[in-house]
Write a protein that binds this ligand. Sequence first.
Ligand code: ADP
Ligand code: MG
Length: 341
Amino acid sequence: MQSQLRRVETANVIGKRVIVRVDWNVTLGKALQVVDDTRIIRTLPTIKWLLTSGARQIVLISHLGKAEEKRSLEPIARYAEKLLGEKIVLKRTIPQVRDDVGSRVIMLENVRMWEGEDVNEPAFARELASVGEIYVNEAFGECHRESASIVGIPLYLPSYAGLWLVEELEAILKVRDNPARPLVVVMGGAKIEDKLPLLQLLAQRADTILVGGKLANQFIDSGIQLTGKARVLLPLEGSDLLDIGEESRKIFAEEIAKAQTVVWNGPMGKVEDPQYRAGTEAIYTAIVANESAFTLVGGGDTLAAIGKEEHLYRIDHVSTGGGAMLTLLEKGMLPGLEALI
Ligand code: ADP
Ligand code: MG
């Protein structure tokens, strides 16, 4: 599938207005400061490549938060322009974007402010497409959603996969289709409805599954059983916990040390609170200590928890997608990627 994707390096962008769909849906702190900028950093090589390859103008499109929150991308645009070294002109309406032919880099305000985005309304997708001549998808974290800016625009414009998007795909499909064994999956966090279908599938493919976080509490309370060859390990300390206990940390770390492939998604506890960080730290430490394994880590809250760690580079692939990473692992394809074939 990777080989079928149209890659941005093959596009002729000279003199063109290029729409780049990014996923700058980053965690903001109380003072609207960017807590973790990984999702911004990963998009920069593609934007810079487009600019140095002669693109006339870049039009950035991103969402931020949930539709009903109607949050502004302003603080993120201000932060990102410093990293990019180019001014990012934020526009509140689509006609304003279309009419600005002078700025090198412009950005449309949070695309979820328009109702047509999440439901992929054809007229809205066509209107979005009208602001550019070429479309580049560099928003891996959104590729599992059939929104207008992901699957709608490619119906109207020549469309390409960004550099980071291709890296994501290669790392995740390698784990899905050809993992070195033992394959150890560490799953935590809160969203059991999202994670259960993948866990059911992984129970047939993985060697060991370690379950922590609120997910584990729900597993224990509702007596969920996974069927398959994988050994499933739950925390020993009970189900009313805000973090995994010391004994579980030790057992989980031992399993990770034996792995040749590790996939990790979801914090082991209520990680925003420093007193419940130890379990998540223990998983992180065990993963970076295993130098022979291929290690894949993803998830918005997982990244926010470990994004500032000193040894992050020792993880083989840090995915900028949570739901997208899990869906790609489960299904081997995503709607947003299909639109680029
Ligand atoms: P990710 O974004 O990495 O995929 P999730 O969104 O599934 O992760 O879950 C992250 C959230 O789960 C965090 O807000 C964290 O506080 C919460 N969480 C994890 N474990 C617990 C727990 N034991 N009790 C309460 N909240 C928890
Ligand atoms: Mg999350």
